[in-house]
Design a protein around this ligand. Structure first.
Ligand code: ZN
Length: 292
């Protein structure tokens, strides 16, 4: 919930004279201490809509509408209280503070940062795939006969050895709490920051809009587990997404072929079967059924 202080609301109200504001919408005529006009909220032939400059309130004797200048704007512009305040603040030349402190806003900011981190990490891993140190990954994609076009389409990558991603993200100006929120880096008990994915072939997982929301990583030797995936984060809920759907969506598709793993989906794409997606788990969830 977005909130402005009571003082600020008072300032906005007192900076917008109710007669001035309502006169922009209703023709008002003075009668005694009040102004009268035709009510904008119900149909009428004789004026029963009154505005009191002393009380800074309006009231309609016909339909019962009433309130202060903020309520009037809200009602006539069909906007909520906050939007109404914003309209009136702008009218009076009052700069509103950005609502940085509200919890919702903080969460939104963090989500934005995590999306940025994921995007940068995907590119970081991808570029790494072409470097000499990525030999195991290069041999693997060669063995699986993946073309360079496929590597680019799916932004496949290779993760470093220890904390290369962490160092890179710090250089990019991200804060530790933002990096930890992405779950791409873990903090050890003795306070060291270490990349979650190390020496793995990396599969960025995107949402339908193409934003990177999580990663899968495959080992390139016999160590276990063969695959690890991002845990749930502020931008990723398991069972809500289909791997490859963002690529599949570029084609005009009537139906999807659902396969189990990343490599299955990628191989099918490469064989000109663009509607293959992976369920990222064993069973298709209700949410995944819906997005198809
Ligand atoms: Zn009325």
């Amino acid at each position: 919930m977005v909130r402005y202080s009571e003082e600020l609301i008072d300032e906005i109200r007192s900076s917008n004279d109710i007669v001035d504001v309502i006169s922009q919408y209703v023709t008002l005529k003075r009668s005694g201490r009040s102004f009268f006009g035709l009510c904008p909220f119900h149909k009428e032939k004789s004026p029963s809509f009154s505005v009191s400059p002393d009380k800074q309130l309006f009231h309609c004797f016909g339909c019962g509408a009433g309130g202060n200048v903020i309520h009037f704007i809200s009602k006539i512009e069909n906007v909520n209280f906050i939007e109404s305040l914003q309209i009136l603040a702008e009218r009076a030349g009052i700069t509103l503070p950005t609502l940085q402190n509200s919890e919702d806003d903080k969460k939104q900011q963090l989500r934005k940062k995590v999306f940025e981190i994921n995007e940068k990490a995907a590119l970081f891993y991808h570029q790494h795939l072409y470097q000499p140190s990525a030999k195991p990954a290069q041999e693997y994609v060669k063995k699986r006969k993946l073309t360079n076009k496929t590597l680019k389409n799916f932004l496949l990558g290779y993760s470093g050895n220890f904390n290369e991603l962490y160092v890179f993200l710090k250089q990019q100006g991200f804060k530790d709490e933002e990096i930890l929120a992405s779950s791409l880096v873990n903090k050890t008990e003795d306070g060291k920051m270490i990349d979650r994915f190390r020496k793995r072939l990396m599969f960025p997982i995107c949402d339908v809009r193409g934003r990177v929301i999580a990663f899968g990583g495959r080992v390139l030797d016999d160590s276990k587990p063969k695959y690890i995936n991002s845990p749930e984060t502020i931008v990723y809920t398991k069972g809500r997404h289909l791997y490859g759907l963002n690529v599949a969506k570029n084609n005009d598709l009537k139906e999807l072929i659902i396969v189990e793993g990343y490599m299955d989906a990628i191989s099918l794409h490469q064989r000109e079967i663009p509607n293959a997606v992976a369920s990222l788990g064993t069973a298709l969830t209700e949410a995944q059924r819906k997005i198809t």
